[in-house]
Design a protein around this ligand. Sequence first.
Ligand code: NAP
Length: 297
Amino acid sequence: MTQAAIIDGKAFAARLRQTIAAEVAALKAEHGLTPGLAVVLVGEDPASQVYVRSKGEQTLEAGMHSETHRLPAETSQAELLALVERLNSDPAVHGVLVQFPVPDHISQAAVVAAISPDKDVDGLTVANAGRLASGLPALTPCTPTGCMMLLRDQLGELSGKRAVVIGRSNLMGKPMAQLLLAADCTVTIAHSRTKDLPAVVREADIVVAAVGRPQMVKADWVKPGAVVIDVGINRIPKDDGQENGGKTRLVGDVAFDEVKAVASAITPVPGGVGPMTIACLLANTVLAAKRLNGIGE
Ligand code: NAP
């Protein structure tokens, strides 16, 4: 039985970070411009702390300016919005990212709305979502942007492909579908109310699973030869069903072991889509810095 090519997102992201570092060096040398990313963390969520630390480290490794603002969990919404406002007008900062989730007393929507669309390197503002949907230059959400890079690398031309995106979140499913549409794919967005999801997925040349349900997409859902991009990050017990001292492992939304016997290419979890997210955050920050300084793309 033929096996799918395993798409190495970790290696791809490492190459992308090298390209970004070279571009940052050129921007410094030719324009005296150092792209800068400000990350704001409210509270002490352990997973968020790990993400924020990685973002800071990788920003510095690329030769960029990095600042991390750690605020206590009891910070008021007004205080957080005032910091965002200050970062919006700081010329050393070209990207502003507030790590989600924020504590319950703060409105995530209000935080997103406060970020200047020109510095919205997470691509979450209504302005950037609208620009993407309208075919205008936008800052696009990092994970879907990374998925597109992997797909282009794997398939080359995407025009005319049938794509099914499972999931319709503002962060992932919707922008993914818009990016595929902009690349001239024929796109279906599936969600929890979709009828006969396996039949819908079986039509796809490209499957993007962004659901948050461990190993949901099975081999008999996938058209032979399809390319499968697994965005899901799910933690399950290490030895399913057995006593294991609470040990867990990461799996995606796709039943990897069986689907890799049907697909032509597939991203693993971990090591597929995940590493692309921060690399695309750096790329968005460089793009924002260039646009804010009138430097051509
Ligand atoms: P989300 O906001 O919870 O959205 C999940 C989507 O899946 C919803 O649109 C939901 O449909 C749909 N869904 C739920 N159950 C379904 C089912 N049984 N059949 C079909 N669709 C179903 O999650 P998200 O933020 O988009 O993230 C999705 C996954 O990607 C998560 O595992 C997350 O951890 C991961 N993720 C990874 C990265 C990364 O690699 N860096 C980044 C972002 C997200 P309804 O809208 O109908 O409820």
